[in-house]
Ligand binder design. Structure first.
Ligand code: ADE
Length: 230
């Protein structure tokens, strides 16, 4: 039983990696996989890098080379839903690729030949992750619902509003989760994801994002992972 812990960027996972022994690092496909035991559980931690292809590659390696049977993603996202503000936490119930559109052959957002556009996360692991987030960050609002992914950093109010209009129940936007959800669906591996809101995906997003990942993201990830494993 190996739990994989994934973030896109070093700033999102630094404090978790610091808990794992240096000598356990293994390089595969240009990524460093850190293996070790945390709170008596086998874990493998890795930085996926940014975007859906990088995330899918990482998830596949975790399953095939590292025998991960559960994958937890922790990182940051842009808030989309009303009331999903900077500093809040979003735990994903499901993922969708907002930039996938093979219409008119298939409905917009549907993954061709899968017959679905939304990939649910694992309910039991997601419930544990949401409880861990609430314990780790007392007083912080924890939202549960749809998170959307695409190969775009959403950094204008206009694009954010277009996403909200097309996908009114989307709580947050990021660049990896839907890809990992699809790999986990294909491989029969449990997946859950938690994202702290770093920006509102608006004209200020790049400034807010940079400050948040520098100052807050890693600390939040470490606190949530610690509670998840406790
Ligand atoms: N991750 C964090 N903020 C984001 C944004 N505004 N767009 C895409 N991914 C993000």
């Amino acid at each position: 039983m190996t739990l994989a812990i994934v973030s896109a960027m070093h700033e999102e996972l630094a404090a978790v990696l610091a808990l794992l022994p240096h000598e356990s690092r293994q390089q595969v496909a240009g990524r460093e996989f850190w293996r070790g035991r945390l709170h008596g559980q086998e874990v493998v931690a890795v930085l996926s890098r940014i975007g859906k292809v990088a995330a899918a590659t990482t998830a596949t390696l975790l399953v095939e080379r590292f025998a991960a049977d559960r994958i937890v993603f922790t990182g940051v996202a842009g808030g989309l839903g009303p009331g999903v503000e900077v500093g809040h936490v979003v735990v994903a119930d499901g993922f969708l690729q907002h930039d996938l559109d093979a219409s008119p052959l298939f409905p917009r957002h549907e993954v061709p030949l899968y017959g679905i556009s939304r990939f649910p996360t694992d309910p039991a692991l997601t419930a544990r992750l949401a409880a861990a987030a609430a314990r780790a960050l007392p007083g912080t609002p924890v939202h549960r619902g749809l998170v959307v992914s695409g190969d775009r950093f959403v950094a204008t109010g206009a694009e954010s509003r277009a996403l909200q209009a097309a996908l009114p129940d989307a709580l947050a936007v990021e660049m990896e989760g839907a890809a990992i959800a699809q790999v986990c669906h294909d491989c029969g591996v449990a997946f859950a994801a938690v994202r702290t809101v770093s920006d509102r995906a608006d004209d200020q997003a790049h400034v807010d994002f940079s400050r948040f990942v520098r100052e807050v993201a890693s600390r939040h990830s470490a606190a949530i992972v610690r509670e998840l494993l406790a």
